[in-house]
Design a protein around this ligand. Structure first.
Ligand SMILES: *Cc1c(COP(=O)(O)O)cnc(C)c1O
Length: 475
């Protein structure tokens, strides 16, 4: 009884929202953070406090409540989407936004974002034009395709194709290619959702041309091929070669549609990398329609690229779905800038970050790692108990490209006695900027493959701050 009346008193004694917001701790914040955000934080802190009191716990001081509001409001005012340092060594990580854009694409986005633009206007006549003209001509020139179309992403490209060319009819695909990519893209689900009937042929590890041939019937709309881009079946395997499949499709007057995944425009084997199917290569092998992502090995913004036969692309372009799946002006401006770089392969390799990361040589990576190690050692002396070691490691390509392939790399391994590797990795993620690392044994690894030279100072600064904070907490 007594206890409950005590807590009634405590509840009544709680300060009001207005009074808390007057607290000196929050004075500076009220200029930079919207009033509504502060009020929401204050209400939530007070509610928490009431629950504490009802559970019989002691009430916190007004100072402590104001500090809690400060914490919550500052958190809430931060943008959810913020830039990150990718020290994971995974070149194309969907979690970290896949491809970093080249400078020319960044400039294009800034220019277009700031004001009005020529999105859908023909400058000659002043009449309505197509938003796709720029990217369409570049894709045609770069791949030799009859026509091209760009949609929101590659999943949209697959969906639009199946829906337009195969709804109510059958799509033949090898069992070895019924992939799931990034959790949410499942080929069988997309095919069904797009209204087609899935006809699986062959087995997980072996599909022969005759398997396709036997499945073709009056209900067949097209043959679909999908590059299993995030896994590798090794051992006793067989897939019908693309030219043979193309000949079979032609013989039955069926379109052969190929989802190559990465949207690659270059021959990766000639660059000393493992082979990855390119848009051009698939077209040349006889595919009628080829699709890929804009933000994987192409190194551009999120987009779905479709190239191929003019009559098929024309049908896709006329679909009402096109209005649903069309890319926005910022995407188109960045994609056009990226495609333009490919007009000269050397320029593309030098300016597109994805290719720079892929092709960074070991001496460069080692030099970068030593540079980072030197900077860290001079900012964080050994007496702190933090240790920095340069080690050889392996970076991943990721993002549904070059499955199972890793590239040799160098990194800085951080060991510290007073904090677990997990805690350090979490603190780095929550810092400013957010740094994403990799756990390696009992340490935290910063892989140099995907770190820009100018990020070395940022990383050093973050780690120094963490080390200082940690030291002051221990005292
Ligand atoms: C990545 C990938 C997709 C999905 O592409 P998004 O651009 O992420 O929509 C589809 N098919 C294959 C083979 C892929 O590798």
């Amino acid at each position: 009884m007594k206890k409950s009346s005590e807590s009634q008193d405590l509840l009544r004694a709680l300060p009001s929202v207005d009074r808390l917001l007057q607290h000196p701790v929050l004075a500076a914040l009220s200029k930079s953070i919207p009033h509504a955000t502060l009020v929401r934080a204050a209400r939530s802190v007070l509610e928490e406090q009431r629950q504490h009191i009802r559970l019989g716990k002691t009430a916190q001081s007004e100072q402590a409540l104001a500090e809690a509001i400060w914490e919550q409001a500052t958190q809430a005012a931060q943008p959810h989407l913020t830039s990150a340092v990718n020290a994971t060594g995974i070149i194309l990580s969907t979690n970290l936004g896949r491809a970093a854009l080249p400078e020319s694409a960044v400039q294009a986005i800034l220019t277009i974002a700031r004001g009005h633009c020529t999105l859908e206007v023909d400058r000659e006549t002043g009449r309505r034009g197509s938003r796709q003209t720029g990217v369409r001509h570049l894709l045609m020139e770069l791949t030799g395709a009859e026509d091209a179309l760009v949609v929101n992403n590659n999943a949209a490209a697959v969906y639009l194709t199946i829906h337009t060319l195969a709804a109510g009819r059958e799509v033949i695909i090898s069992r070895g290619q019924l992939v799931e990519i990034g959790g949410a893209f499942r080929m069988p689900d997309i095919i069904r959702q797009a209204g087609a009937i899935l006809i699986e042929v062959g087995t997980t590890n072996r599909t022969r041309l005759s398997d396709y041939e036997n499945a073709i019937g009056p209900g067949t709309a097209l043959i679909l091929r999908c590059h299993p881009s995030n896994f590798k079946i090794v051992g006793f395997t067989e897939e019908a070669p693309l030219p043979d499949l193309a000949a079979l499709a032609r013989q039955h007057e069926l379109p052969l549609v190929d989802d190559v995944g990465s949207g690659c425009l270059l021959d990766t084997s000639s660059l000393g990398l493992p082979h990855e199917p390119s848009l051009t290569e698939s077209l040349q092998a006889g595919s009628d329609l080829v699709m890929g992502s804009g933000d994987k090995l192409l190194g551009g913004p999120q987009a779905g690229l479709l190239i191929g036969r003019a009559d098929l692309i024309a049908r896709l372009r006329r679909s009402p779905l096109m209005r649903v799946l069309r890319p926005g002006k910022l995407t188109l401006s960045a994609l056009e800038a990226v495609l333009r770089l490919y007009l000269d392969t050397e320029t593309a390799l030098q300016q597109i970050p994805t290719w720079r990361y892929l092709l960074r040589d070991l001496p460069t990576l080692k030099r970068l790692a030593q540079q980072l190690q030197r900077r860290l050692k001079s900012s964080i002396p050994p007496k702190t108990g933090w240790q920095f070691q340069v080690i050889p490691t392996h970076a991943e390509i990721g993002g549904g490209s070059l499955p199972g392939e890793t590239l040799p790399s160098f990194g800085v391994l951080i060991h510290l006695s007073a904090m677990s590797a997990e805690d350090l990795a979490r603190a780095l993620r929550q810092g400013e900027p957010a740094i994403f690392s990799r756990l390696e044994g009992s340490g935290v690894l910063l892989d140099m493959r995907t770190i820009e030279p100018h990020e070395i100072s940022l990383i050093t600064g973050c780690l120094k701050t963490l080390c200082d904070e940690h030291a002051s907490q221990k005292v």
